[in-house]
Ligand binder design. Structure first.
Ligand SMILES: [Zn+2]
Length: 297
């Protein structure tokens, strides 16, 4: 996949850790002013302040990507930019305006509006703050896992193995952005309502699977249109992502939404279902083929 020396998004924020606590003098002053002027509880002002910055008390520093941030941050920024371009187009074509999400790249732990996330959480989208969360160790794990597989299949030299996984990683980002699109279109809300009315856990689960498969389909639509626009794919990239989808179908990615926003035994669907819907989007570039909510999946 070609991504080097291409322009990146300004919506990536890199969490630079920092000490817990520390509202900062600004937060305290705002709290005091609200308390004095309106008689508001200063603590409620603190909570508002935290949710507005999206950081929470655990993240002292959240900045844009810097030139010394390394490969993952640069890569994520280029992919996010590509998703912005394509989804802006698609929304425009349908008479809507796309609102670009922020992507938080973190290492270790991060506080989201959906709760505290760690590297074990895996990538996820948080509808409550409309941000995509990605921990850098996930990329390292993916590279390692795909690298090992490449070895077993005797695929290429070290240079190729280094590249292996680029598009698979982009696919993960595109999938999470797909959840943001679902949020903007009101689909996530409808799914949650349907789940509340579901009679059994299995029924509620099926709604989740359908939502996941649609995010895969949206990722395919993005890949199709981005390819037409930038010719970013290398031979073998699609197979690589398919392979990754089958590898990660039911383990790490599967659990991420579970821990943050969904029931525990939630799944993404089988790897075959995931591939089928990704391909549907990929072959057509048409969001209309991504109706995973009616009919068989
Ligand atoms: Zn998902």
């Amino acid at each position: 996949m070609k991504w080097k020396n291409r322009s990146g998004s300004s919506n990536v924020r890199v969490s630079r850790g920092g000490k817990a606590g520390g509202l900062g003098i600004g937060g305290i002053l705002i709290g005091l002013v609200l308390w004095l002027v309106f008689g508001m509880n200063p603590m409620s002002a603190f909570q508002t302040g935290q949710s507005v910055t999206g950081g929470g008390s655990g993240n002292a520093s959240m900045t844009e990507v810097r030139s010394d941030d390394g490969r993952d941050a640069q890569f994520v920024s280029v992919v996010l930019k590509d998703t912005e371009t394509i989804w802006n187009q698609i929304f425009q074509e349908n008479g809507r305006t796309y609102q670009e999400p922020q992507l938080i790249l973190f290492n270790g732990r991060v506080n989201s509006a959906c709760g505290m996330a760690s590297a074990a959480t895996g990538p996820f989208y948080c509808p409550a703050d409309q941000k995509v969360y990605l921990d850098t160790s996930f990329f390292a794990d993916m590279r390692r896992e795909l690298g090992v597989t490449g070895d077993q299949q005797g695929a290429g030299d070290a240079e190729n193995r280094g590249k292996a996984g680029d598009f698979a990683q982009a696919y993960v980002i595109a999938h999470e952005v797909g959840h943001h699109v679902q949020y903007l279109l009101g689909i996530s809300k409808q799914v949650r309502q349907a789940q509340k009315q579901a009679r059994t856990e299995a029924q509620a689960n099926e709604w989740s699977v359908r939502q996941e498969l649609q995010a895969d389909c949206f990722a395919g639509v993005w890949a199709n249109r981005n390819q037409k626009l930038t010719n970013f794919l290398d031979p073998g990239d699609i197979e690589e992502a398919m392979h990754a989808a089958s590898q990660i179908g039911d383990d790490r990615i599967a659990h991420n939404h579970g821990q943050v926003a969904m029931p525990d035994n939630f799944t993404h669907g089988t790897s075959q279902q995931r591939m089928r819907w990704f391909k549907k989007g990929l072959q057509t570039g048409d969001v209309n083929v991504c109706d995973t909510f009616s009919g068989a999946i």
